[in-house]
Design a protein around this ligand. Sequence first.
Ligand code: 13P
Ligand code: SF4
Length: 301
Amino acid sequence: MDKQLFIDEIMRLRIEKNAVILAHYYTDSEVQDIADYVGDSLVLAKWAAKTDADIIVMCGVNFMGETCKILCPKKKVLVLDLNAGCSLADSCEATKLQTFMNEHPGYKVVSYVNTTAAVKALSDVVVTSSNAVKVVESYPKDEKLIFGPDKNLGTYINELTGRDMLLWNGGCHVHSSFTVEEVCSLKRAHPNAEILVHPECPKKIQELADKLGSTADLLKYTQTTSSTEFIVATEAGVIHKMREAMPNKVYYSVGNVCDYMRLNTLEKLYQALATEQPEIIIDEELSSMALKPIEKMLSLS
Ligand code: 13P
Ligand code: SF4
């Protein structure tokens, strides 16, 4: 089948099955273009929470599909490829987190949304990079907190909030591999470009940032600043929406892509809608435990 036929079939099936298609900013442009909603982790969770569709198709990675399922346990939640994991979510196993919690009684756990349902179920609250500072600041200054799994994001939040959260030593393989040399060589080639950095990047990259923030924050920034050139130190997929909103500005990608996000294709989107597979299934008790910290986040942001 050629691409246009996939597109036609996706259009037909989503109406026939009352399905909503959600896509993360990191997916390929053709997947973003066909989605009903494109957003960062926070916005995608909010859309999932309020949709009246019968089927949610999450174009992203598995933890995003799980978040949708936890928020909408009665709906069918599909992803495009169950191999679309996340190295950051994989860097924190629930059993290891439980051991760490046992070693630190009296601590509450603040978990980044890039975690498995089992880790969320152990958490007091979930955060995304868009709302992490606000959510952490909702706790009293002297509250004992564990933050995980992203150490770089945790360091950033500790600095911004003046907290001393215990940090899990996890990370994302895409953002951890950005180097100062790569960013500086782009800056030498384009001295007027502003450097946009996601807080999952290492501290030495964060220090080079003109703007540090979630994918949604970075996208908004490109639309509000007078600068016209940007060096983008996060997954390159986000440039699609930047370019769409501000086509006359210029974007230089530091280059790293998330192979998990690249598993989302138009063909797999068509297949998911046609076969209603692969479906995200979560144990009911686990799901209701994981719901509480997600709902707490949504009530705070
Ligand atoms: P956002 O919360 O900024 O969408 O980021 C999600 C993610 O996976 C970053 O690597
Ligand atoms: Fe996970 Fe990193 Fe990919 Fe984001 S970019 S989905 S944190 S592996």
